[in-house]
Ligand binder design. Structure first.
Ligand SMILES: Cc1cc2nc3c(=O)[nH]c(=O)nc-3n(C[C@H](O)[C@H](O)[C@H](O)COP(=O)(O)OP(=O)(O)OC[C@H]3O[C@@H](n4cnc5c(N)ncnc54)[C@H](O)[C@@H]3O)c2cc1C
Length: 231
């Protein structure tokens, strides 16, 4: 039953109604997971960097800064906040970005705060219903893989529909493995981006990971090109 009261009458339903999925709850499917410590702020600004179409990740002593290109000459900045207090302000965001990266961002178009969490449904389907997207899995937004994971899973599910119940069940187990792998990667991103008073050890690790040939493997992993392997 949709939020507006309409009923869906269909042989097979894919429920993609988000992390608080009513469909999942109605079916009695359990969810495991946890909230992560730390708080984050993000905002969209006119792009004042020379990065163009590239993303940039800054691992600083005071914590992570991520910077992604957006259409229309804009750039999204995500920072780990110094403290989990009160609502995010534009001034806090601009100042944090300036102090940690040296970039002056100008006026924000929008800004907000968020906390990171991980959730995984016990099963990704029941009877004639399959769960997709955040209804099935939520991974930490740090590293930006949640929606991509949803799309990968949807493509896998679409390709399995003709195979009947057994193929859909196999697909559910495969997608669950993919979600676990994505959650582990997001946790690594969170770990790398935490504040630290002794960044030398972490910096050495990151340098060696980014060298060749490990760097290529890492890039494939970061961009989720290997997730279909269910690693
Ligand atoms: C701060 C933040 C940053 C993120 N950044 C990234 C990123 O850079 N890259 C990335 O890949 N992912 C990112 N994600 C994750 C991404 O936003 C989610 O994984 C994605 O939005 C999930 O899509 P979804 O369609 O499954 O769920 P949702 O986006 O939650 O959509 C579910 C929809 O279903 C609707 N709905 C619910 N119940 C009903 C009902 N009964 N009837 C009708 N409609 C209903 C809701 O209103 C909603 O519109 C981020 C998440 C957060 C919180």
């Amino acid at each position: 039953v949709l939020a507006d009261g309409r009923r869906i009458d269909s042989d097979f339903v894919v429920a993609c109604d988000g992390r608080h999925s009513v469909v999942r709850g109605t079916l009695g499917i359990g969810v495991e997971g946890n909230d992560y410590e730390g708080a984050f702020a993000m905002g969209d600004f006119p792009d004042t960097t020379p990065y163009g179409a590239d993303a940039a990740v800054f691992l600083t002593e005071r914590g992570l800064v991520e910077s992604f290109p957006l259409p229309g000459g804009l750039r999204r900045w995500v920072v780990r906040r110094d403290a989990d207090v009160g609502a995010v302000t534009e001034a806090e965001l601009v100042e944090t970005i300036r102090e940690r990266t040296g970039f002056r961002c100008g006026e924000a178009l929008s800004w907000s705060g968020f906390h990171a969490e991980r959730r995984l449904a016990d099963v990704f389907g029941q009877g004639s219903v399959a769960l997709a997207g955040d209804a099935a899995h939520v991974v930490s937004p740090i590293g930006g893989q949640g929606m991509n994971l949803g799309w990968l899973g949807a493509a896998d599910l679409a390709a399995s529909l003709d195979g009947g119940e057994a193929a859909i069940a196999r697909c559910g187990r495969r997608r669950r493995r993919m979600a676990r792998a994505a959650a582990r990667r997001a946790e690594l991103n969170m770990w790398l981006g935490r504040p630290t008073v002794r960044p030398e050890r972490r910096d050495r690790l990151v340098r060696s990971l980014l060298g060749r040939p490990a760097g290529r493997v890492l890039a494939r992993s970061f961009t989720m090109h290997d997730l279909r392997l269910g690693v």
